[in-house]
Design a binder for this molecule. Structure first.
Ligand SMILES: [Zn+2]
Length: 318
């Protein structure tokens, strides 16, 4: 399994590559994409720098809210052609209309197209639909469990289409990315306690800001209180990844042969991005080592045990 990391500045590329990123992706201001954090600086410079390190760059073109007139669509097509000329290796697409546009531009924009998780693929029928539209990679939404994804993975393997999942710790909406309007401040007036711009992540990355504390607990039950408070905190703040996405799910996807592991919080500061990619690398190293040294069931159990106790590389790691 290889690592795909987001970046938002050209000077992040070398440290991310050094931390273990095998591929990179970004978004740019003049092409609509999902989420926050566009590239500062020129795309051509960034792609050149990545290619010099032997890393491919994909570009997010995954907005679901394109309401272009014909003239605007032509301008959009021009910007895609320009990105391809700058050397972009692949485009991450969500809207079926944009797939159609790429089909029309095939000669001028020959770069492959990846299906974004923002247009979530929940079953093998959907996978077949997008495979027919010509994708070279399918990025799974975090809401699909490995067993549910088995049919999708089979379709992709048979068609020679690569597959990708998100790191379960560092990305994701508890609802469905691209469909969850709580990410967009246009839809709410809540201003404190949320992570970045996302209301659905309130408190998730800001331990201590929104608190759930046990109070007046009967002494005989005191031992139960901390775990209960943690569960309530997660429920009340929608904190953390979807409940399906955990160490067990990751290991099953890993064993199932998913090709790429993605980290995609583009608005993270540079230092945080590098630290998270190092964590992804360590996670993969652990999975590889356990797979190589233990029978399947024991490797899975040990992986879950180690990851449940994981407090990050800085926190003592493994
Ligand atoms: Zn959300």
């Amino acid at each position: 399994m290889k690592i795909v990391s987001c970046f938002s500045r050209a000077d992040e590329i070398a440290p991310l590559a050094e931390a273990g990123a095998d591929e990179l992706y970004c978004a740019v201001a003049d092409i609509p994409s999902y989420g926050f954090g566009v590239l500062r600086g020129g795309l051509a410079t960034a792609v050149t720098r990545a290619h010099r390190l032997g890393k491919k760059v994909s570009l997010a073109v995954n907005s679901m809210r394109l309401t272009y007139s014909r003239a605007q669509m032509l301008q959009f097509a021009g910007r895609l052609r320009q990105a391809a000329e700058h050397g972009v290796d692949a485009f991450i697409v969500a809207s079926p209309a944009v797939f159609e546009l790429f089909r029309e531009l095939k000669e001028k924009v020959p770069a492959p197209v990846h299906l974004s998780s923002v247009q979530p693929c929940f079953n093998s029928g959907t996978a077949r639909y997008f495979i027919r539209l010509g994708i070279s990679r399918l990025i799974l939404p975090s809401q699909v469990a490995p067993a549910e994804a088995a049919g999708i993975l089979r379709e992709c393997r048979a068609a020679g289409v690569e597959t990708e999942i998100f790191d379960y710790r560092f990305f994701g909406c508890v609802y469905v990315n691209g469909r969850c309007n709580l990410h967009d401040p246009v839809f709410h007036t809540f201003t404190s306690g949320k992570e970045g711009d996302a209301m659905c992540r309130c408190g998730a990355g800001t331990a201590g800001r929104l608190e759930v504390r046990p109070a007046d607990v009967a002494p005989a039950r005191a031992a139960l209180a901390p775990a209960l408070a943690r569960r309530l905190y997660t429920r009340m703040t929608c904190g953390g990844p979807p409940r399906l996405a955990n160490a067990a799910a990751f290991f099953d996807f890993f064993r199932g042969g998913v090709d790429f592991l993605k980290y995609g919080t583009r608005r993270d500061p540079s230092g945080v991005k590098v630290r998270k990619v190092r964590e992804l690398r360590a996670l993969l190293d652990l999975a590889e080592a356990l797979k190589a040294s233990l029978p399947a069931a024991a490797a899975r159990a040990e992986f879950i045990r180690r990851m449940s106790a994981w407090r990050g590389l800085e926190g003592g790691g493994r």
